[in-house]
Each structure stands twice: as C-alpha cells, then as structure tokens.
Design a protein. Structure first.
Lengths: 261, 273
C-alpha cells in the first residue's frame, strides 16, 4: 500500500466512525430506544440475525444471497442489453433514429411507476422485478454508451478500417476500450438503481430477500430490526461498490496507470 | 550513420520492374451536403508505382493528396477512372495488402506496442504463429527492439511514429501509403526518421507511395516524384530522381534538383492564383 491509499482508507474509516459516534450521541440525547436505538443495540441485533435463524426459520444469509442474486441478474441483463443497444445506435443511423425517440420516453417514466407497472403486468414474481429493473436501467445505459460512441476518436476507427479490421475486431479493440469510461459511469448508476428497485420490489411483494425482511419487521414495528436490515443492506452495497467495482475499474484502466509519468 | 547500409544503386528500374499500383485517369467529385454544389477534388490523375519503388506525390496542403491515398486504401469512393493494386510478384495471389502510415501515429493507447502490431496482423488474417516473429522483426527494424510490452503513451512522438511504421511494415504490404508521416515531428526527429526510413527500405524493400508538401523531403527519399497542384488536384509534372543512394540531404545534386523543382512548383502554383 502506498502512503496515499493508507490516507484514503484512514479518511473513510474516520468518517464512518464519526457517523457512528454522532448516531450514538443522538440516541443518548433522545433517550427513546423505540424511535432511535443506539448503534450498539443495532450492532447486537445484526450479530444475532446473522447467527440465529430468522422469524420464519431461514438464515439471514439466505435472504442476503437471494437479494444479491436478484441484483446481479437484473444488473447484468440490463448492462449487457443497454451496452448492446447503445453500441448499435452508435454504429447504425437507422437504429439511432428509431431509438432516439423511444428512449427518452422510457427515461421520463418515474422509477416507482415503472415498478408498479411491472407488478401489474407480471404480478409479484421474479420476472416482474427483473423487468422493472431492465425497463429503468437499460435505456439509461444505452443512452450513455451511445454518447460514448459519439465521442470516439474517428481517426482510430479509420485506421482500423484501412487495415481491413472487421466489425468484431473493431468492437473489441477500438470501440469498447474507448467506451470504458462511459461503461463504468453507466455501471455505477445502473448498480445504484438496480439495488434500489430490487429492494423496492422485495418490500412490495417478493418472497425472501433483504427488502422482504425489512418489510416483515416494519409490519411488526420493530425499529431495531428495521435499522439492522437497512444497515446490512447498505454495508453490502458499499462493499460491492468499493471492493468489487473499484477493482474492476482499475484493472480496465491498467494501461493508464502503467504510464511512467 | 545507418544509411551506409543502403544499396549503392538507385532503386528505379522502371523498364523491367512489375507495377504495384496503376492509377488511370482517376477523378473524384465532392458534393456539398444538401447544397447540391459539386466540385472536382481530383481531376484525371494517372500515375504508376513500380514494385519496390519509392514514389512521392508533392503538392500544397489540402490539395487532395490524402483523398487520393484514401481512395487507394479503399476507404473512399471515386467517380471516374481506375485504381489497381497488384500483389507482389512471387507471392500467391491474394487481396492486395495496403498499409497506411498517417500524419499522426494513430496508435491504440490501451494496447501495448506489441498489441498494436498484432491488431493489424489479426485484421489482415495473418496466422497467429507468425505474429511474434513479425513483431520482433519489424520493431527491431525501426529501432524499437525490446519495447514490445511498453504502452504508446510512454513513448515520444518520434518513437510512436516508428511504431506506426513497424505496424504498417508488419503486414508486409503490397503498397505502403504514407501521408506526410514526418510533418508532425520536430525537424531533428523528422530528419533522423527519414534516414532510418532509407535504411529500412534497403531491408524490407516495400513499395511506397509517399505524400508530402516538402520538396526537399521528396527529393531526398524518392525514385520518382509526381508534382500536383490544387483545386482540382492534377499532376503537372513528373520527375525521375536518378541520384544514387545512399544520399545526403545536403548533397549538391539533391539541393540543385530541389531548387529547380521549387522554382517550377511555385511558378505553376502562383500562375494559377
């Protein structure tokens, strides 16, 4: 680790600790454990949830695993589809013209309405959640990638064409590397929206998952558990975002870091 | 210096050498989008490049020289005449292989130097087992042996252009098109690269069609020069450069020829406007 990474890690840890201290102080001052339990109580609740079976007998890890699987599938599907559509728009005038009308329409529909629509069409099913995510995220990803194709360096494409590179080779070696910054910015947004919609869908009616547990405890009006599940969820997403994506991103841009300057 | 390794004779032997490129009465028109106004960019240009020859086209900037190269490379259309690129003698008949060195290196910065060369080898369908030997051979030829794993942005502008030259040579082209490849470099680097290009010619013996606005450069490098004027591009003079190699840019024969061509060139250009 370099001095710089130690400093960033220290800063992040420091700000989390500061937040916990603030929370603890607020809980002390309010002195109303029904409304705002302190961090220590919630910490214990989380630990208990993780080791003991839940109220219906399932382990917390089952719910976490199911939520993760739902997020991953919906996310991967909308990223792939969105990147494909964006690329097609960038490469073909016809696709561009056809979709530039439709996509802004889809983007205008508020996310929560999309979830309701999906539920009305597909019921409280896995497909409903998946489609809600895809309907919201895919157009956004497509628009981003399309913007990226416009910013591509035409002279490099011309170079490739001059040397008779075919489409698949051009896509792999010339288009996609130039689109990487756009893909990653879409990636972050897509991930953020995906887990919010999945949590929403789980809250509204899917069986199992973190959102489901959240809603279960909400029904019991158990503030300790509600907070515990929220925190588990947030922690999980932060780990994914910083642990997994940041690493993927730095690998994708390895060629930049290798520069001597 | 390196150029002493060159052959002592001029490379030209037009009588017997097979032709690599024949351009016959080529013309190209350009229509302003939407306006319906059409003007002629290239008018009835004919030229030939013999196999193994170094042929230059000299003309003012923006006269349509790059357009001409793009037409030969097959990435731009034309309206009249014909363009023929023949495979090198002795090779099996195949789609003519055209390589291009642009004004700027146009390297893929996210690939290593080796990756950049392999990109065109893959594009041209060169069998994979030939990639490594070719990368090594041509990087060494341009003086960049050992830089395989480096990234382009770590290299100077001159070195990047060397990679671009190695990339073009690596496909072992039937015709190598060069579009003012040294014009973006500082004078000292450009001079060094010209000498090195001369040395490379002695080893790889490619057929080159070289476009420049720099008459001194053309005289120093070429076997044959076509002089072009502008609006529309038209060839107004052809010169055989019968000066034995190795040459020095300061040799009096070269300077004399350059001087007389410059005089002629500007009298034609200024007579036009």
């Amino acid at each position: 680790m370099t001095a710089q990474t130690i400093r960033t890690v220290g800063l992040r840890a420091g700000s989390i600790v500061a937040l916990l201290v603030l929370w603890w102080l607020a809980a002390r001052l309010m002195h109303d454990p029904e409304a705002l339990p302190g961090p220590i109580v919630i910490g214990n609740t989380i630990a208990e949830d993780l080791v003991k079976p839940g109220p219906q007998g399932e382990s917390a890890f089952l719910h976490i695993g199911i939520t993760l699987a739902r997020i991953f599938i919906a996310f991967a599907a909308s990223m792939l589809l969105g990147t494909g559509i964006g690329l097609a728009m960038g490469l073909s005038r016809i696709v561009e013209r056809a979709l530039l009308v439709v996509i802004p329409l889809l983007l205008t529909i508020p996310t929560i309405l999309m979830v309701f629509l999906a539920v009305m069409w597909f019921g409280y099913s896995e497909a409903g959640g998946l489609i809600a995510v895809m309907a919201v995220v895919t157009p956004y990803v497509a628009v981003n990638i399309f913007e990226g194709t416009r910013a591509m360096d035409k002279s490099l494409i011309e170079m490739g064409v001059t040397f008779k590179a075919r489409r698949p080779l051009l896509i792999r070696k010339v288009y996609l590397p130039q689109l990487m910054p756009y893909i990653f910015s879409a990636f972050r947004y897509a991930f953020g929206v995906t887990w919010k919609i999945v949590a929403l869908a789980e809250t509204f009616g899917l069986k199992y998952g973190i959102g489901y547990m959240f809603f279960f405890w909400f029904g019991q009006f158990n503030m300790d558990q509600v907070l515990a599940w929220i925190i588990m969820f947030v922690a999980l997403m932060l780990i994914l975002e910083h642990g997994v994506f940041a690493r993927l991103e730095s690998r994708a841009f390895a060629w930049r870091h290798s520069l001597a300057r | 210096m390196a150029h002493v390794m060159l052959r002592k004779t001029a490379r030209t032997d037009t009588a017997s050498a097979p032709t690599a490129v024949i351009i016959d009465k080529l013309s190209k028109k350009f229509t302003v989008p939407g306006g319906g106004i059409t003007f002629t960019v290239i008018e009835s240009v004919s030229l030939t490049v013999g196999e193994g020859q170094f042929v230059s086209i000299v003309g003012p900037s923006g006269c349509g020289k790059s357009t001409l190269l793009n037409i030969i490379a097959g990435i731009e259309s034309y309206d009249g005449g014909s363009v023929t690129v023949a495979p090198r003698a002795g090779t099996a008949s195949h789609e003519p292989r055209v390589a291009y060195v642009f004004q700027s290196p146009r390297l893929l910065n996210w690939l290593t130097v080796q990756g950049n060369i392999e990109f065109v080898l893959e594009a041209q369908g060169v069998p994979r087992e030939q990639w490594q030997p070719r990368v090594t051979k041509y990087l060494q030829m341009v003086g960049l042996g050992g830089q395989e794993k480096n990234y382009p942005l770590n290299l100077s502008g001159g070195m990047q252009q060397r990679v671009a030259i190695a990339r073009a040579l690596a496909i072992e082209p039937d015709i190598l098109l060069m579009d003012e490849p040294f014009s973006h470099l500082d004078a000292i680097t450009a001079r060094k690269l010209r000498f090195d290009l001369m040395e490379i010619l002695g080893r790889a013996k490619p057929t080159i069609l070289f476009v420049t606005h720099d008459l001194a450069e053309a005289v120093f490098l070429s076997d044959h020069i076509y002089m072009m004027n502008t609006r529309p591009a038209r060839i107004f003079k052809e010169v055989e450069v019968d000066i034995p190699r190795p040459r020095k840019p300061e040799d009096s024969v070269i300077l004399d020829l350059e001087k007389s061509l410059v005089r002629e060139f500007f009298s034609v250009l200024e007579g036009k406007t």
